[in-house]
Ligand binder design. Structure first.
Ligand code: F6R
Length: 364
């Protein structure tokens, strides 16, 4: 049932290229995205003056990436919030609101409660979910299925990459509807997304390097991640994956925030994973790397091909293939999933069934 792999998590990480293909199929078109069966259209979007994305855990991180690209591509401002917060704060939501919820299982109690609250107040609810016929799919007004296939491991992997892919498509779709996204950008994003299955395969091929790093460092008690722009959300998701399955304490920070407090935690030998896939902030990341190095950090940098020379500034470099900066969130997380996985395995953890966690959180 695990397809010959030691864990469902590994099987599902390996399935990610196929999952991405399924998520993109028939939706990724030359001039932007199209979603068969979606009721939301240009006419309805005219009256929408507020977009909210609500989810939990890993799906919440996909929502953060979604917010980033909704703003970048469609120039629409978006609030992303944890469902457990949204439901208890008397959110500003009415008939002019589009609420987008993201949920792998389609059964998460807080996310479901957010839908019910928003619907009561007249909002249009669009669910992005992996499970056909789930409670969330049934209660939403509109559904986009991520088509990742069944996910068994508690740590979400293939569902996440497909959620991110769907959010990028949705950003491109809305940018098309409101005319804010240029045709050439829509074509570029579509082309970039179609490359992601191959790029995930390339990430999976580097397992030996990642395992060697994990085998050398598995006794660490803390790990820090830092990034700017979309790399911040990849960092947050990498950090969550690590905590969940390896029980190593970890934090993810906006790199520019470190000097406002967290840098106090950096000691001699503390590992800092610097996610540096974005050209527009590359130099800024370099400064942040120098700051943590000056406090003794052991820095692992993740860069696109072409930036190998960062090696002179850091302790270890993982070079990912060169790609469009706007799609790095998808392949890059795979390196961090593998890092979490191999650290957990080296520590003897049961990666498929982490303590204290359930696959589907149907109670709050
Ligand atoms: C992390 C993880 C959880 C879920 C969260 C939401 O690997 O699996 O953080 O992402 O419980 O679950 P869904 O997406 O089913 O609503």
């Amino acid at each position: 049932e695990k397809g010959g792999y030691d864990h469902f998590m590994m099987k599902e990480m390996v399935e990610q290229p196929k999952a991405m293909m399924e998520a993109l199929m028939s939706r990724c078109c030359e001039n932007g995205a199209s979603f068969a069966g979606l009721k939301l259209n240009a006419e309805m979007m005219k009256k929408i003056n507020r977009i909210q994305i609500v989810a939990c855990g890993t799906a919440y991180h996909a929502g953060m990436v979604g917010k980033y690209y909704f703003e970048k591509f469609a120039r629409i401002s978006v609030e992303t919030e944890a469902a457990s917060e949204y439901r208890y704060k008397n959110p500003i939501v009415d008939e002019n609101t589009l609420l987008i919820v993201i949920s792998q299982s389609g059964e998460t109690a807080d996310t479901l409660a957010a839908i019910r609250l928003a619907k009561e107040r007249g909002a249009w609810v669009l669910a992005v979910t992996n499970v056909v016929g789930s409670s969330i799919a049934r209660e939403a007004d509109d559904v986009i299925y991520t088509n990742a296939g069944p996910e068994i491991a508690v740590a979400s992997t293939k569902a996440y990459v497909t959620q991110v892919g769907c959010m990028m498509l949705l950003a491109s779709f809305l940018g098309n509807l409101n005319g804010k996204m240029k045709k050439e950008d829509a074509a570029r994003i579509c082309h970039g997304l179609m490359m992601t299955p191959g790029l995930i395969d390339k990430a999976l091929e580097t397992q030996d390097v990642i395992k060697a790093f994990a085998d050398k460092n598995y006794q660490i008690s803390d790990l820090f991640y830092m990034g700017r722009g979309v790399d911040l959300y990849t960092s947050m998701e990498g950090s969550l994956k690590l905590k969940e399955i390896s029980y190593i304490h970890s934090e993810a920070y906006a790199a520019g925030e470190l000097k406002h407090g967290p840098i106090a935690l950096i000691e001699d030998g503390t590992i800092v994973v610097a996610v540096c896939t974005q050209e527009n902030v590359f130099e800024k990341m370099l400064s942040n790397i120098k700051e943590v190095k000056a406090r003794g950090a052991h820095v692992l940098a993740i860069v696109q091909a072409g930036h190998e020379d960062i090696a002179s500034e850091v302790d270890e470099v993982w070079v990912i293939p060169e790609m469009d900066d706007d799609i790095t969130a998808i392949p890059t997380i795979v390196y961090l999933q593998l890092l979490a996985y191999y650290l957990a395995v080296a520590r003897g953890c049961d990666v498929d069934k982490p303590k204290n966690l359930a696959k589907s959180v149907t109670v709050e």
